[in-house]
Design a protein around this ligand. Sequence first.
Ligand SMILES: Nc1nc2c(c(=O)[nH]1)N(C=O)[C@@H](CNc1ccc(C(=O)N[C@@H](CCC(=O)O)C(=O)O)cc1)CN2
Ligand SMILES: Nc1ncnc2c1ncn2[C@@H]1O[C@H](COP(=O)(O)OP(=O)(O)OP(=O)(O)O)[C@@H](O)[C@H]1O
Length: 227
Amino acid sequence: MDTEAITTRKKELRSMLRAQRRERYGGQDGARRRARESQQLLKEAEPVIARIQALLAAAGTEPPLVAAYHPTPTEADVLPLARRLAELGADLVFPAAAGAERLDWIRWDGHSDFVASPGRGFGMEPAGERVGPDALARAALVLAPAIAVDRLGTRIGHGAGYYDRALTQVRDSCEVIAVVHPSELLSAGSLPREEHDIPIPAVLTADGLVCLVTIDGAETPHVPSQS
Ligand SMILES: Nc1nc2c(c(=O)[nH]1)N(C=O)[C@@H](CNc1ccc(C(=O)N[C@@H](CCC(=O)O)C(=O)O)cc1)CN2
Ligand SMILES: Nc1ncnc2c1ncn2[C@@H]1O[C@H](COP(=O)(O)OP(=O)(O)OP(=O)(O)O)[C@@H](O)[C@H]1O
């Protein structure tokens, strides 16, 4: 596929996946399903919590920096996990608008209220201190939003490239985990991959934490669809 065809395909996939998300997680029934799944998601995140606890226990080190985000009403609810990690002593940062291309990051203490972000389409953000666009270079864990991820680690987001750019900064030791609904972990090769799309090594859903075998390279090889 050439770049133009990939862009068109990504647009189609985004609108399909957003419609599926609204269908399943919109309205009162959807909100109840999401609330149930957020508790399961927290349970399934136990290995993630344990790793942060181990980093906290390592003598003489700074508290690990964890990037999370304030989920929209239909995104998988990562807040209970973010709260838990903050309570344990991790430093939490959430994305904030900083321009058309880059994100800034704002500290969250684990209990303060969120305010509407001035960035169009950004939803809510903490009212705390901004720590600068390079924060992810110090992160031990990034919990990344996505519209979907396939089993080769190809991620699709809202189409601004914010996370693709931000993830170029992380260290090799940083754990990067996309958080999505169970139905948004797609079969290998379902999503097109461009050169700038950074493969995601792990996905957390209410069904579990899945570590993926990611394949680096400009484009996803053709893998026959499993469905
Ligand atoms: N909960 C949550 N917070 C997040 C993200 C996310 O995916 N989820 N983001 C992940 O990156 C960033 C915000 N992402 C954004 C992505 C696109 C646009 C944007 O300009 N949207 C267009 C419409 C796009 C469309 O619907 O086609 C617009 O508002 O004009 C704004 C913010 C940071 N915070
Ligand atoms: N590292 C990068 N440097 C420069 N431009 C980039 C980079 N990553 C992505 N982009 C640009 O951002 C735009 C959106 O990319 P893409 O469609 O992959 O977004 P997405 O992954 O869905 O969104 P997001 O990362 O915000 O969740 C593309 O035009 C792409 O060229």
